[in-house]
Design a protein around this ligand. Structure first.
Ligand code: NI
Ligand code: MN
Length: 228
């Protein structure tokens, strides 16, 4: 079972067979109907890169929930460890190296073409055999997505479509074709006027390219349960 909640922007709660991952938890983004730090305690937070709209409320969540660990590129992990004064609660890693979480769960940081404050920008694949989720982070289109699709066969892809700082709807449709997931959920759009790409345009390009995928358009705060 995979349960996915979108907080708006690039922020998600993903529950894979009971293990809860937050990705880029900018809870206080303008789209999220609730600005409260969630009562739900994630097992892991994955931060794709060091921009404020992705690091978001990571530190507040980790202060509220003692069991939550951070997984990110080494430089962000070191920074967060200093902030929360708990080195044992961060897992610093780097692009392409599988991180073994036990019970068959793995996290991989993937290539993303984007800038970042501390460390490099990444995307991430996380989950376990047959139940991998790919969160592309902030990125332009890259042929690496083909490898990610073939190697990890993600069931779900979370893809930025807003344009300007990331892929727009056309690039995102092409990316979806390369990744070949069962479900695709667009993100990183309409938070601000400048990231104007819309799910309707994204759908238009998916149709044009004849991409076989189930498009799921979530409202901020909405959750979807996938039987996989
Ligand atoms: Ni960014
Ligand atoms: Mn961003």
């Amino acid at each position: 079972m995979i349960k996915i909640k979108w907080f708006g922007h690039a922020a998600f709660s993903v529950n894979i067979d009971g293990k809860i991952f937050y990705v880029d938890p900018w809870i206080k983004n303008p789209l999220n109907p609730s600005k409260e730090i969630p009562e739900e305690a994630p097992d892991y937070i994955i931060v794709t890169h060091d921009h404020g709209d992705h690091l978001g409320e990571t530190i507040d969540i980790m202060k509220k929930h003692n069991k939550t660990k951070l997984i990110s590129i080494y430089e962000i992990a070191s920074y967060v460890a200093e902030q929360i004064k708990a080195e044992e609660r961060v897992i610093g890693a780097n692009i392409g190296g599988p991180i073994d979480l036990g019970d068959g769960y793995k996290v991989i940081l993937t290539v993303a073409h984007h800038s970042s404050g501390r460390g490099n920008a990444t995307g991430t694949v996380f989950g376990r055999e047959g139940k991998y989720v790919y969160h592309a982070g902030d990125t332009g289109l890259t042929y690496d997505m083909k490898i990610i699709g073939e190697l990890y066969k993600p069931i779900v892809a979370l893809i930025p479509i807003g344009g300007h700082f990331t892929m727009g709807p056309m690039e995102a449709a092409y990316a979806t074709q390369m990744i070949n997931p069962k479900y695709v959920i667009p993100m990183h759009y309409k938070t601000f006027p400048i990231i104007a790409g819309s799910p309707e345009e994204f759908k238009k390009y998916l149709d044009e390219l004849k991409v076989k995928v189930e498009l799921i358009i979530l409202k901020p705060g909405e959750e979807v349960k996938l039987e996989v």
